[in-house]
Design a protein around this ligand. Structure first.
Ligand code: ZN
Length: 80
């Protein structure tokens, strides 16, 4: 059982390497920046301020949290 789930995981990784990751939006940070997760292998990425995709590391996630916080506050100020 364990072996089969392990091999299917690596098979999905091969799929990602061959045809690319299948990213699904998991969180919207701003109008231009979102976080994504690959539904095949679970790899998490985000758009950065330059509009490029980068790996969603713990540090990057922290930055996104701050940006989302700032963006949310700014949005509320405008609508108030
Ligand atoms: Zn993937």
């Amino acid at each position: 059982m364990n072996n089969s789930s392990k091999s299917s995981f690596s098979l999905l990784s091969i799929v990602c390497q061959t045809i690319g990751h299948k990213y699904v939006e998991t969180r919207k940070i701003t109008n231009h920046i979102s976080e994504y997760k690959c539904s095949h292998c679970g790899r998490e990425v985000t758009e950065n301020s330059a509009g490029k995709i980068e790996l969603l590391t713990k540090k990057v996630k922290e930055i996104n949290n701050n940006v989302a916080d700032f963006f949310e506050r700014k949005k509320r100020k405008v609508t108030a």
